[in-house]
Design a protein around this ligand. Structure first.
Ligand code: CA
Length: 235
């Protein structure tokens, strides 16, 4: 069982908090809540959250100030701003605030969950990277999450977005076996869960053709027969 991730919701509208909490818990996240900017900042600084959903218009301290203050205190926890207006997007993603992503109200829950998942995954990848940002995945393979570049023995490999996401997901959990259904949920968008899981097999096959020395006898992305796929724990 993978470690449970925690999402802190900072939002003063109780109905929104309730629906967010319901959906996040259904997806397996632990949830913390704060109903004003000051207590949101305090909880964020105290740690324990893997991601923060932050409203802009809040009592006591607005979301922009909360985010800015959080970054000044050295926290790099991913922050998704919940904004009421599309025009605020530039401001939200502006460097001085330090937010990672934003979503405009009213938002689709499916979209929001996909963003939460993607932002948490990105930080997990970055944490497992080396000081230069590139992660050695073994077998001469390096993954640089900062520029999305994958190299095999220093030679760049051209991957599609999905191949890249599948590779980084598996490589950041070496040795852990994922079923095709798990991978559909974790790597493919939430909305594609109903698709034929053979999509996973096809993507794994293409990926192996690009990254393995001998795609017929893979040493990086391995098959656990009857269960699923995993990334080699040897490096
Ligand atoms: Ca509000």
């Amino acid at each position: 069982m993978e470690q449970k991730r925690t999402v802190l919701i900072v939002e003063d509208e109780k109905s929104i908090v309730d629906i967010l909490r319901f959906n996040l818990e259904k997806e397996g996240y632990a949830v913390l809540t704060a109903y004003d900017g000051e207590s949101g900042l305090e909880q964020a600084v105290n740690g324990g959250a893997d991601l923060i959903l932050l409203d802009v218009m809040l009592p006591k301290m607005n979301g922009f100030d909360v985010c800015r203050a959080l970054r000044e205190k050295g926290s790099s926890v991913p922050v998704i701003i919940l904004t009421a207006r599309e025009e605020e997007a530039d401001k939200v993603l502006g460097l001085e605030i330090g937010a990672d992503d934003y979503i405009t109200k009213p938002f689709s829950m499916r979209e929001l969950m996909a963003r939460v998942k993607a932002n948490i995954r990105r930080t997990v990848m970055q944490q497992s990277g080396s000081a230069e940002g590139a992660m050695s995945a073994g077998g001469g393979l390096t993954i640089n999450p900062e520029n999305y570049q994958v190299c095999k023995r220093d030679k760049p490999i051209d991957l599609t977005q999905r191949e890249y996401e599948l590779l980084t997901f598996l490589a950041s959990h070496p040795g852990k076996v994922y079923s095709r259904t798990d991978l559909m949920e974790q790597v493919w968008n939430y909305g594609y869960v109903g698709d034929d899981v053979r999509t996973v097999d096809v993507t794994v096959r293409r990926l192996r053709e690009k990254i393995e020395d001998d795609p017929a006898s893979p040493t990086l992305i391995l098959t656990r027969r009857g269960v699923g796929y995993y990334f080699s724990a040897e490096s």
